[in-house]
Design a protein around this ligand. Sequence first.
Ligand code: HEM
Ligand code: HEM
Length: 222
Amino acid sequence: MPYSIQTGPGFFKKQKNALSIRIWHWLTFIGITASLTTVLLGSTMFKTKNNISTVMDGISEKGGSVTADQARSVAHAYSDKLWNTHKIIGFVLCFLLLSRIIIEIYQQKNERIAVRIKNALNFHTTRQNEILERNHYILVKRGYLVFYFLFLMMALTGLVLAFEDVELLKPIHKTANSLHSFFQYGIYAYILVHIIGVIRADMYKHRGIVSGMIHDGNEWEK
Ligand code: HEM
Ligand code: HEM
């Protein structure tokens, strides 16, 4: 029996994901993966500190010589390029977040997250397995709300960092940087729990949940 829960009578029916949500999901997956790749490279291979000696060695091999300070400036230029890429991907992510809000406003009422949670809360049953299923469903949906909050925080703080030259934003630059660095861990935790969660769900209780994020699940009706 394919996943999942919907609302109203027959609460434990399969849940479909609208085409807009499916497209949004995979674009966001690509965008966040690209962003995380820049973070990973920026904190390892492209870290300015780690490349100063590489630049110095490279130049001395060719018979030249530079000071550590000059080498730092070259190494920093590469790191800057990478963080600039992170910033551009960040703008795309901000656009994706905005489009998710617009999708939520315009999608069918019973497919909105808040309505799904409300309907699940209003679903009363005395069967133990249904109570467990409902509670798990509510937990998962609330987990998405936590993710959207974290995503919003990353986007807002990221924008403050991106527009560092705007006079008005200068006083909050440091705070934004600390918050941006802090909330990143929430994003990592979400991704880890989410991917383990959907794979487990697909393997055991909710077979087809992952393909339900790819196609419209129409063949389930047959
Ligand atoms: C959602 C995933 C994101 C993650 C995990 C992430 C992570 C990071 C990390 C770890 C840093 C380095 C902070 C430091 O050590 O100083 C950083 C910097 C930055 N992030 Fe993000 N970020 C994300 C999204 C965004 C978004 C949506 C924007 C929006 C434009 C953005 C814009 C920036 C900017 C401008 C910087 C400063 C780069 C520099 O040093 O020049 N980030 N980000
Ligand atoms: C960067 C990594 C990812 C992020 C940020 C992410 C984010 C999300 C979000 C926000 C939702 C809720 C959508 C809604 O508003 O209804 C969701 C649902 C879902 N995601 Fe992901 N996702 C990621 C990776 C993946 C991967 C790799 C898979 C497949 C292996 C996957 C499978 C699913 C499925 C099946 C659902 C629907 C679950 C349900 O019905 O409750 N996600 N994802």
